[in-house]
Design a protein around this ligand. Structure first.
Ligand code: ZN
Length: 304
């Protein structure tokens, strides 16, 4: 476990199950690029290991992941003022030193879009183990997994429409996961989907008390690990190829392009060239999100 700084990697059941846990609990497991690089390494390590049958992806602390770490770039640039804004966000290479929109487009393509798709196609069965309020890019990580197990305190919300003037995440799984109308509602309002409704939609397979989440997820993983590896892989691949033939892959590519039309729009309009509307820059002070409820236009309750 010692070789990773931002996650833990445990081998369980004589190596049949690997548990990867995001480990920035003080930042609610917000994802900066150093964490995403480690996560890619950890997934590929589990994929390369023929003993491994099932990979669990969870997060230490009260929340699985609060999304992308929007403050990481500024912090990296403060520590090293010589680097460009995009090198501060994405690190060196993979296009981050390029000019214009190219650097941002390439960085998001590598670290947010293609990484997520690669993990979705991992040659192992993956289970997301999620608790707390899962924000925005936290959804991308759990959607990349084959199965999602939720704690009874889990909520799911993409606030980038309501708070950041964006049309959704880089990996636009929303209509596939929520259904088209619910996807529109949740993106247009920024409201949160509760875990029970997510279960009814089929997005979440199991809901456990938060205190039991880790044990019960492992029990569930053990059950799946008993299947012959080829059977498990071909079940996964049959479903993934069906989705791909329904347009999943092409739709994701198209929506990533729209995402960058949206970024380019804001970059042109803001004095600093930041790819979000400046007036929404106070996202950190935003009040908590509201649950999506059936009988109120805007719920009274606030989720913290
Ligand atoms: Zn983006």
């Amino acid at each position: 476990m010692a070789e990773y700084e931002f996650l833990t990697y445990e081998s369980l059941d004589e190596g049949r199950i690997v548990r990867i846990m995001l480990n920035r609990p003080e930042a609610r497991n917000a994802q900066h690029v150093p964490l995403l690089k480690e996560l890619d390494d950890a997934f590929l390590r589990a994929e390369a290991d023929d003993e491994v049958r099932v990979v669990i992806l969870g997060g230490h602390g009260r929340t699985f992941s609060a999304g992308h770490d929007m403050a990481a770039g500024a912090a990296a640039q403060a520590a090293d003022p010589g680097i460009s804004p995009w090198e501060a966000v994405f690190g060196a290479g993979n296009g981050s030193s390029r000019q214009g929109r190219e650097a941002h487009y390439l960085g998001e393509w590598h670290y947010f879009f293609t990484n997520t798709l690669r993990w979705r196609n991992l040659r192992k069965i993956t289970i997301a183990q999620v608790q707390g309020t899962v924000y925005a890019a936290g959804l991308m990580l759990m959607w990349a997994c084959d199965l999602i197990v939720g704690a009874d305190n889990a909520n799911f919300v993409d606030v980038v429409g309501a708070r950041l003037g964006m049309c959704g995440l880089e990996y636009f799984g929303h209509p596939w996961e929520f259904g088209p109308r619910k996807a529109k509602e949740l993106l247009l309002t920024g409201d949160a989907l509760g875990v029970d409704e997510a279960y009814q939609l089929g997005m979440v397979s199991k809901v456990f008390p938060a205190a039991d989440l880790e044990d019960k997820t492992l029990e569930f993983a053990r059950r799946i690990a008993r299947l012959p590896t080829v059977t498990a892989l071909l079940i996964k691949e049959s479903v993934n190829q069906t989705q791909d033939n329904m347009g999943f892959y092409n739709a994701l590519q198209a929506c990533f392009s729209l995402h960058h039309v949206n970024h380019a729009h804001w970059a042109e309009l803001t004095a600093s060239g930041q790819p979000y509307p400046a007036e929404l820059g106070a996202w950190r002070e935003s009040p908590g999100v509201r649950p999506s409820v059936k009988d109120q236009a805007s719920a009274d309750a606030v989720i913290r």
